[in-house]
Design a protein around this ligand. Sequence first.
Ligand code: NAD
Length: 427
Amino acid sequence: MTTIDVPRATSRPKALNAIESALEQFDRAADHLHLSDESRAILRVPKREWTVNFPVTMDDGRVEVLTGYRVQHNMARGPAKGGIRFHPATDIEEVRALAMWMTWKCALVNVPFGGAKGGVTVDPRALSPRELQAVTRRFATELQGIIGPEIDIPAPDVGTNAQTMAWIMDTLSMHAGYTVPGVVTGKPVGLGGSEGRADATGMGVMFTAERALAEAGIDINGATVAVQGFGNVGEAAARLIHERGGRLVAITDIGGGVANPDGLNPAQLKAFLKETGSIAGAPGTQPIDNETLLALDVDLLVLAALEGQITSANAHQVRARVIAEGANGPVTPPADPILADLGVVTVPDILCNSGGVIVSYFEWVQNLQSFAWSADEVADRLQRVIFTAYDEVAALRESKGIDARLAAHAIAVSRVAEAQQIRGRYP
Ligand code: NAD
């Protein structure tokens, strides 16, 4: 094994790319569907958006004023749904793009939700546990009246997790004077969270990647796999693919990356991450950077970090057979045709990472019914829902001779436009 001495991965592309990508994908679907000018005008912009500025007292006594956002893109098919992101580069344009993608994702997998997203411009890794809780509770307070089980239901995203959701649920419940479990999903199981939610996005990535590999004539058992990102999505996807017999040859996170052609052990990496804050430098591994990882000759490349990772600048270097978009928007529209020319099969984000919102929907349903399903029941139902969406995308892709991303967006946009149209115009 050769040592690859490379700089650590810390940078990210400008958020502007995300909204440009989202709009380009929408326009392409709208053109394909011959969508009316009226529907285009409605669906191209968010229904509502808020920017909130709020003070938080830090551990050293300083007061910092932070900025947060919530964007509800569309609610024609039901309450809005979408994660909350804590990241230093989060801004309104990024949140707008992510909210729009949530609308399409919910419609594609046919759950009765619209799309939303939220974020706070903050680096959660630089906060103490007390500061993190204070930021979360104050942001939740700013969202009072904007979120709720019948309005808009947040969930975890980059930089947030089940604990964050528990604090939001508690804050909103304190204000209501009674417990409101359905205000967020992705809660800890002991607090009304669903069995299987923590792994749901990664499980959906594994299910859809397995299908795409099979279509390419590759068995996941024995397939070589590289994963970018080792958080909520990347860790679960890596672990579940490993359990299916996939050989993890490289993984990166924000602190760097690890490689081993004989295979990495995700459980050991998780333990090392917990101890040190990054997988970089884990025993028995060689360092690797993002650029190298994205160009590895592997059967499956899982993108589970951030948007805009494969662009027209690096797409021609990709040698993976299948790309699974665990992240939202990791491949920009100009990169898509380059990948297609190389014969790379892409499982588009709104399908690939929809496991999270599917099980979030199950959690919301369980909360409304005050009834809990078993982990097996959740996994079975998840598989059924995501395979139905996969089959619908594959059928449209084949019948129209279009790529999977356009097929997925066409199905989703047509469902939302139809709901919007049937509801009619008020007043
Ligand atoms: P997370 O914060 O739990 O994990 C993000 C991971 O990416 C971390 O391991 C981080 O170290 C890594 N990372 C950040 N910058 C990186 C870089 N430059 N190079 C390599 N790695 C880098 O976030 P998450 O919830 O796993 O979300 C990841 C992606 O999946 C996002 O695009 C998110 O919108 C999407 N997503 C998340 C969910 C969910 O259920 N959490 C659902 C659907 C989609």
